[in-house]
Ligand binder design. Structure first.
Ligand code: TXA
Ligand code: MG
Length: 344
């Protein structure tokens, strides 16, 4: 299949892609978080193609994207009060809400669950595409399963060229990490995946009712967000995090690097831009400024992808602040490292 690249400023191109989307084709498009791989959410056969193109396990459900609040009524069986408050505060934007689903939502989207994830993205190109298609759009991140999510059209093409009909190039994603996923179907709202809308921001709107994160929910047999059980965001090389006082972290990474080099391995380091010149590894990739979690979030997936273009065998990574979106940054980084952290 030939994949056609469309520039986001090409109005006719967007119209063509919107019609193709409506008619069952796959269209990758920019959002403020990461690029999405879209299909008409009301066409099960089109949605199935998303799983094939990505190599995604079919038990991992998809987020349905809308451009107008009126589209929500058809997709869900109930709009709780709390949803209205959250949507007023954060939509359009990087917050995905889990609702009880309506009969109209095909099972292939929800992997058979009785709930559905819905989000209204903020990116104007995404909103235009969805509204011109006239249908709700099912879209996971537009990467091959297990690769870091794409934050540019180039990343999408690397993974999905020849597997999808259209890629819309809207430049780099401003947030750079996927949306916060919040389950509002139970008595307490639960953050299933941290993202651009932080727990502090949610608490301000929810007041006393508060919010908990999924790891605090005890006694559950299966993860509520099926996607969280898969190894994710992984560069090809092994990733090990090193955490602690800054100068000790630098010293430790440098001595581990030289040990590895002596054994013939090629070593990479992922670090803050402030520390980049202090490392003696083969490949040093700065991800952003230490004091600026937004900056690190925006650069993280690109940095992880860059390591895949090198021949590194092992990557040592600094850890970063968990303030604000930093919590989501560290969530992704810990997954990339499969939880391996050296405390110094
Ligand atoms: O920012 C984003 O959310 C991006 C852009 C494209 O919108 N999309 C995205 O989709 O990250 P994906 O498929 O890569 O991640 C969706 C996450 C998965 O962890 C999935 O398991 C969870 O949302 N999810 C989807 N439907 C769910 C449901 N009904 N209940 C619980 N979790 C659900
Ligand atoms: Mg994904």
């Amino acid at each position: 299949m030939e994949t056609i690249l469309i520039n986001a400023s090409d109005e006719d191109g967007i119209k063509t892609a919107a019609m193709a989307l409506k008619n069952g084709k796959l269209v990758a498009f920019p959002t403020e978080t990461v690029y999405g791989l879209g299909a008409n959410a009301l066409m099960p056969d089109a949605v199935k193609r998303i799983f094939e193109a990505k190599g995604r396990p079919s038990d991992n459900p998809l987020i349905v994207h809308i451009s107008d609040i009126t589209q929500l009524r058809d997709l869900v069986s109930d709009i709780p009060d709390i949803a209205t408050r959250l949507m007023n505060a954060f939509w359009p934007g990087p917050l995905t809400l889990i609702f009880k689903k309506s009969a109209r939502v095909p099972d292939v989207i929800t992997a058979g669950l009785d709930t559905v994830a819905v989000r209204m993205p903020q990116n104007p190109v995404a909103l235009k595409l969805i509204s011109q298609s006239g249908v709700p759009v099912a879209a996971p991140s537009a990467n091959l399963s297990g690769r870091p999510s794409p934050t540019s059209a180039h990343h999408v093409a690397e993974d999905l060229s020849g597997r999808v009909e259209y890629i819309i190039d809207g430049g780099s994603c401003s947030v750079g990490l996927e949306s916060t996923v919040l389950d509002i179907t139970g008595s307490v709202p639960v953050i299933l995946r941290p993202g651009g809308v932080t727990a502090e921001m949610l608490k301000k709107v929810l007041g006393l009712r508060g919010v908990v994160t999924a790891s605090e929910v005890k006694g559950e047999e299966k993860p509520r967000s099926p996607g969280m059980k898969y190894r994710h965001y992984s560069p090809k090389a092994e990733v090990i995090l090193v955490s602690g006082d800054n100068s000790r972290v630098v010293d430790t990474i440098n001595s581990l690097s030289s040990e590895q080099k002596n054994e013939g391995r090629i070593v990479g380091v992922l670090c803050s831009s402030e520390n980049a010149s202090l490392y003696k590894a083969d490949v040093v990739i700065p991800v952003g400024s230490k004091d600026n979690p937004e900056n690190i979030a925006a650069g993280l997936f690109e940095a992880l992808r860059k390591f895949d273009d090198t021949k590194v065998d092992i990557i040592y990574s600094e850890t970063f602040t968990e303030q604000g979106i930093g919590k989501a940054v560290m969530n992704r980084l810990k997954k990339a490292a499969s939880g391996k952290i050296i405390e110094v």
